[in-house]
Design a protein around this ligand. Sequence first.
Ligand SMILES: Cc1ncc(COP(=O)(O)O)c(C=O)c1O
Length: 395
Amino acid sequence: MSSSRPPTPDPDKGARTLSPVRLQDIRRRFPILQRRIYLNSCSLGPLSLEAQERLDSFLQLWHEMGASAWYEHWLGRLDELRGAVERFLGAEDGEVALSPSTSVALSSVAESVDWSVRPRVVTTELDFPTLPYQFAVKPQVDLVVLPSRDGVGIDPEQFAEAVDERTAFLATSHVFFTTGFRQDIGRLADIARGAGALSLIDGYQGAGQVEVDVRTSGVDIYTTGPLKWLCGGPGLAYLYVRRELARRLEPRITSWFATRNPFDFDPAGFAFRDDARRFEMGTPALPTVHTALGGQAIIDRVGMATIEARNRLLTRRLEEGLQGEGFPLRMAEDPAHRTAILMVQHPHPAETVAALAEEDIIVDHRPGHVRISPHFFNTEAEIDVVVEALARLPR
Ligand SMILES: Cc1ncc(COP(=O)(O)O)c(C=O)c1O
């Protein structure tokens, strides 16, 4: 694979080590960690007390105020979340929209280009299926699905060869959900820009486990959401659209949240907002807005440099432990491409995951693999327990 490594973060740049006291303090904020060894953040991040407290306050206001809570409180919470996500992603004010799911966010973007001019979309066989599906259902789209040569990652040269002057989107993941392979999104943005195409990055498995700075990377569009690494629960996605681009794109699906003056309630008066919120698709899930703010508060407090450094440490320990027990791992050869999603080849993944759950160890499986995804709040002792259990169980 030709070398394009994601910019390797200086291991200690901005990373504060979590002292045992601080780590225990964070762990106490996630009740499930007192009951289980939780190693499945790439599926669903755990619920924190911060998230629960905000959800409780939302329910309380609903009891007390009913609809008037909208104006005095809840519209403000939507702005608070958009702002928090903008700061977190390195975006500017007005560059993040709230969306019900990644699929909806992708739909509104896919419905904003002229397919007759540029009918091609380049994606890969390692992407989460909702990304290629979005384009596969459009008869006018020439969908290119790049094969992975090693089953783990994609060589950026493959994108460079496939993205041409007829390409609308280079559309792929920041981190592949099945292999944990992290792509160099700055390089992908350059490839797209060089051909006049747009870079569209599905960052659901990226933001929250690896640092993201959308402006520095130069990507045009980045989607992510609170469900997994941001510990914020299901029901929302975030859509970053570069400011200059957002002004140009006019989605052919829309909602009253996309218009300049929604509270005029004027059926004849639709006018696109001049920021990313022109992609919003109706009333966001308010319970999730609250849980997402809670999760985000913890992530921001710990900081991405620390989270990424901790995840590297935990994943390395996991890799070494499992390799020591003779388990084959499906992962990138170059550590710069590895993240905290580890695929362990296994003859009985479903049975093994069930047996581990009996021992209060929560992991996941995919065909032929047990999938383990630690996050910053896990401990080295927990990593050792899962390695020991996997070594003991039948294989
Ligand atoms: C990379 C990736 N993208 C998207 C999704 C989900 O998409 P949606 O929000 O449309 O359910 C997932 C997992 O749930 C994912 O792992």
